[in-house]
Ligand binder design. Structure first.
Ligand code: MBD
Ligand code: FE
Length: 285
């Protein structure tokens, strides 16, 4: 895929991400859980930052109306989940995981779907016959910060070799490249999948308009998404990256950390093996 090629799925993926969020996150319950004191403080501080930006830059009415038109269109495109997860979530993730001693995490992004099909401790992620991409075999373990093996699960989801996610791009089987791997008490798992491609966020919607208008690029490095969980331990949401990816250093979503870069070994047959394990923090108290 090149930077000039358009995703066939920007509108569909925006609409799916918005709909999915409204189903899964009970956003209206979340609103009820934020106190008036916090809303007052946070809304004031965000607005003060906007006001200061306007004064510092002597913002014109043309610029103000461009912002208004763009914000309206983001909603119509269903791209608020994409906008927030690309340009805001990484700081929320940092703030909320800074206390951890175990694994570094990263952002969830807009394309997680819960309850992907169970594959056991050892299995192949659901994929199409002849799924494109280099085979990847991943053998590792979940442990606690004290080294104890944890019976837990790895939920894995990632894009295909063209950079598309099932359930957000059309024409892909529902659970393609999405699976849940539950370990035994030894915490060990062995997952077979394919190596995903670098990913360009949809360029033909409002987020793409912002990127083009600002002269930015739309790329994320190739990545595997995981949620790793075990009883009595904090849920780990992370992404794993491949060494040498041209966008590890300038991810549009700012979600790469050095601890999350894999060390794939060629398997001698065109595929790769990885042994990246997870260390989970016990829940305090
Ligand atoms: C992705 O695949 C992703 O992981 C993020 C964070 C944003 C957009 C697309
Ligand atoms: Fe992603």
């Amino acid at each position: 895929m090149t930077t000039t090629e358009h995703s066939p799925s920007a509108a569909a993926s925006g609409a799916s991400a918005t709909e999915r969020f409204q189903q899964d996150k009970s956003p209206y319950d979340a609103v009820k859980n934020v106190s008036p004191e916090r809303v007052d403080k946070l809304a004031r501080q965000v607005l003060a930052g906007v006001h200061q930006t306007i004064r510092d830059n002597q913002v014109t009415y043309d610029e103000y109306n461009a912002l208004k038109a763009w914000m309206i269109q983001v909603g119509l495109d269903g791209e608020w989940p994409l906008f927030l997860d690309v340009w805001v979530e990484h700081v929320v993730e940092d703030v909320n995981t800074a206390h951890r001693h175990g694994n570094k995490g990263s952002i969830e992004g807009p394309y997680y779907v819960p309850d992907a099909p169970e594959q056991g401790a050892e299995g192949t992620i659901p994929m199409r016959d002849g799924e494109a991409g280099d085979p990847l075999v991943w053998e590792a373990q979940i442990t606690s910060t004290d080294g104890t093996p944890l019976q837990g699960k790895v939920e894995l989801w990632h894009a295909d070799a063209d950079g598309y996610y099932s359930q957000f791009a059309p024409g892909i089987p529902e659970w393609n490249l999405r699976g849940t791997f539950s370990t035994g008490p030894d915490g060990k798992f062995k997952i077979t999948t394919i190596r995903p491609a670098p990913y360009q966020i949809p360029t033909d919607g409002s987020c793409g308009k912002l990127i083009a208008a600002a002269g930015w690029h739309a790329w994320r490095p190739a990545h595997l998404h995981v949620k790793v969980s075990a009883p009595g331990h904090e849920l780990l949401t992370a992404q794993l990256y491949f060494p040498g990816d041209p966008h590890n250093g300038d991810d549009i979503a700012d979600a790469v950390k050095p601890e999350l870069i894999l060390d794939p070994k060629p398997d001698g047959h065109g595929g790769y093996t990885i042994d990246y394990g997870f260390v989970l923090d016990p829940v305090e108290g």
